[in-house]
Ligand binder design. Structure first.
Ligand code: BTN
Length: 277
């Protein structure tokens, strides 16, 4: 039986995050299944395995805590318990897998719009899909593709958003380069309400993509581009380096960089650092 203190804590939590509590009880959100886990290695890994077993399209896997959260380029995604939103969406868009970079841009724009609508914070986008506020990272997305049990391609969109993360929750390494919604706005947010807004936005951007409106998506994306016209250093997965000016993403979702000799490069992946002006 919970003691009096635990009851008080639970009441406090319910008041702070009513939508989150409602999802935890109903296991669904706007008609889509939500699997809420206390702790998991990575919601993306869980979602890929679950999708292979035939999980319903649109299913969301969310965790309070990840012990092996994965970022792009083999990095670790730090996931302090209960502070951030760590979730993966199982999608089966009617698109070619070649269009994965477009889905990646869609997801970034969707997340940015959702954060803006819920909080008024206006993050910028760093290609391919980091959310930046005052040049610090607030969120990242890891999009992975696989083949479902039924042979159809499945896309897992994994989102890590620093919501109520306090400065002390970040490791020393991240302290100067990461931020959260709480640190930016000075108030706490209901993670469930943000999740609902993100899912609505992801649906709407993927629908635009399916209707062949990548041009419109790109225009919206470019309006929030944190790097356009800025000097960058790009390092490929194989270690190739380019220093130059960002020209923004093209019609395929690839980033164009004009190097110091005026040569244009199309970049599909790799690490990007904005150089000081
Ligand atoms: C990045 O910026 O490098 C991408 C970070 C993506 C992190 C999220 S958290 C939920 C999902 N599960 C994972 O293991 N990774 C993604």
């Amino acid at each position: 039986m919970p003691n009096k203190n635990q009851n008080n804590q639970n009441r406090g939590q319910k008041q702070l995050e009513p939508v989150w509590q409602q999802i935890a009880q109903s296991h669904e959100l706007d008609g889509r299944p939500v699997i809420m886990l206390e702790s998991v290695d990575s919601t993306n890994s869980y979602a890929i395995n679950y999708a292979k077993k035939g999980a319903e399209t649109g299913t969301v896997i969310i965790a309070q805590n990840q012990t092996g959260g994965r970022g792009r380029l083999g990095r670790v995604w730090q996931s302090p318990k209960g502070a951030g939103l760590y979730f993966s969406i199982i999608a089966r868009p009617t698109l070619k897998l070649d269009d994965l970079s477009k889905i990646t841009l869609c997801a970034g724009l969707a997340l940015r719009n959702a954060v803006a609508s819920v909080s008024g914070i206006k993050p910028l986008l760093k290609w391919p899909n980091d959310l930046l506020v005052n040049q610090k990272k607030m969120a990242g997305i890891l999009t992975e593709a696989d083949i479902s049990g039924d042979g159809r391609p499945v896309v897992v969109i994994g989102i890590g958003l620093n919501v109520n993360t306090k400065a002390a929750d970040f490791s020393e390494e991240l302290a100067g380069v990461a931020t959260s919604m709480y640190l930016t706005a000075g108030s706490f947010f209901d993670k469930g309400a943000i999740l609902a807004a993100v899912l609505r936005q992801v649906d709407s951007q993927i629908e635009r993509l399916a209707k062949d409106d990548f041009k419109g998506i790109l225009a919206d994306w470019r309006a929030c581009d944190a790097t356009h016209g800025k000097r960058l250093k790009w390092v490929s997965v194989s270690g190739e380096k380019i220093t130059g000016v960002s020209m923004g993403p093209d019609e395929e979702g690839l980033l164009h960089i004009r190097d110091d000799l005026g040569k244009m490069h199309s970049v599909l992946s790799g690490d990007l650092a904005i150089l000081p002006e």
